[in-house]
Design a protein around this ligand. Structure first.
Ligand code: NAD
Length: 332
């Protein structure tokens, strides 16, 4: 499948989605509307899910990934539960199929490395679904700090308990988005972690206050919980010359600059795009497949963010004696 995908710029890229639950349905919907792409089919053991997606989007339905691969695809998104990412990814990669894998890349760092190595050996594109990088507000923030000397980053990602609780806590489920944002905003790796975790209502951690220092010296703070009655996702970045605030939900990004000795300063709203983040993400994946270039979020980056999340669980769980050490990612 690799050669046909690379050598056929004019032909539509044949894609499939493995796992069409909450996230996979969105991947299928977006793929179905992307130019130059043909959504060939979806694979999921849940007949109800595949029939719904097949009927709505007019694509093939398959009970498992093997049958989807037999039918013939150039690339897939893997949006099955995280504990299956390794197995499904290796199956696709061995068949020469390009892989877009939902975050987190896998249940463990070792599994993530296995996927990366397999993709390298097979010469296929591997991209990880850290979709928040494609949020236009996050992109506006990234642009605003280009060439700036970043001092600190504070991210808040809070909300009520999800309707269906997964068996992972909030660090693996939500904070991993922001760990990835910190690494991406700073173009640097997190070298120190100081996590505070607590379990107020759930079996696993549902409150996390995570502090980091990056190799470049930036201090970062992530405040996340499932106890806030409303959803909020905000970012504040202080640089030597600017203070920028961004709302990832309303997509308003504002910067304060021109600080004067008398305490006055100027303020302006920054321009923010309007693309759907998932559409931009899948467009970037398709481009990487077609051009054979480095994908926007590599497997290595996915593993680096997972590694920090797991370190937060190890250190933070140890401190409060909760069984938080290993992210036991199991089926929902
Ligand atoms: N990027 C994001 O913002 C985001 C948001 C939610 C979930 N996710 C990630 O997406 C993945 C799926 O999460 P979800 O919330 O959609 O879960 P979900 O439970 O809603 O969906 C998972 C689907 O996978 C199917 N499935 C189970 N075993 C399978 C198999 N062997 N082969 C194919 N399909 C199988 C299930 O039947 C179900 O339909 C997880 O890795 C999760 O971390 C990412």
């Amino acid at each position: 499948m690799v050669d046909s995908a690379k050598g056929s710029a004019q032909k539509p890229l044949r894609v499939g989605v493995v796992g069409v639950g909450v996230m996979g349905c969105n991947h299928a919907r977006v793929f179905a509307g992307l130019p130059g792409v043909q959504l060939v089919g979806v694979a999921d053991p849940s007949v109800g899910q595949t029939e719904f997606v097949g009927r709505t989007l007019g694509c093939g339905t398959f009970p498992d990934v093997g049958k989807l691969l037999d039918f013939g695809v150039d690339a897939v998104t893997i949006a099955a539960p995280t504990h299956l990412h390794r197995e499904v990814a290796l199956t696709c990669i061995r068949r020469g199929v390009h892989v877009m894998i939902e975050k987190p890349i896998a249940s463990t760092v070792e599994q993530g490395h296995e996927i990366i190595e397999a993709a390298k050996r097979a010469g296929v594109t591997l991209m990880v679904g850290h979709v928040e990088r494609f949020n236009p507000a996050a992109q506006s923030l990234k642009e605003a700090i280009r060439n700036e000397d970043i001092l600190s980053i504070a991210i808040t990602r809070v909300g009520p308990f999800p309707p269906r609780m997964s068996n992972v806590g909030i660090v693996i489920d939500l904070a991993v988005h922001d760990i990835d944002l910190v690494r991406w905003f700073t173009d640097s790796e997190i070298t120190e972690v100081q996590p505070q975790l607590s379990s107020a209502k759930a079996e696993r951690e549902d409150i996390a206050l995570l502090q980091f220092r990056t190799a470049s010296g930036v201090l970062a703070h992530i405040n996340t919980n499932w106890l806030t009655p409303f959803k909020a996702r905000t970012v504040q970045i202080a640089t030597k010359r600017k203070y920028i605030t961004g709302d990832l939900l309303t997509r308003q990004v504002t910067e304060c600059f021109g600080f004067q000795p008398d305490g006055s300063y100027s303020m302006r709203h920054l321009s923010v795009g309007h693309d759907e983040p998932l559409r931009a993400e899948l467009g970037a994946f398709v481009k990487a497949v077609r051009t054979g270039t480095r994908p926007a979020v590599t497997g290595e980056e996915g593993v680096a963010s997972l590694e920090i999340a797991i370190r937060c669980l190890e250190v933070g769980g140890e401190a409060i004696g909760l069984p938080l050490r290993k992210p036991r990612v199991v089926a929902r």
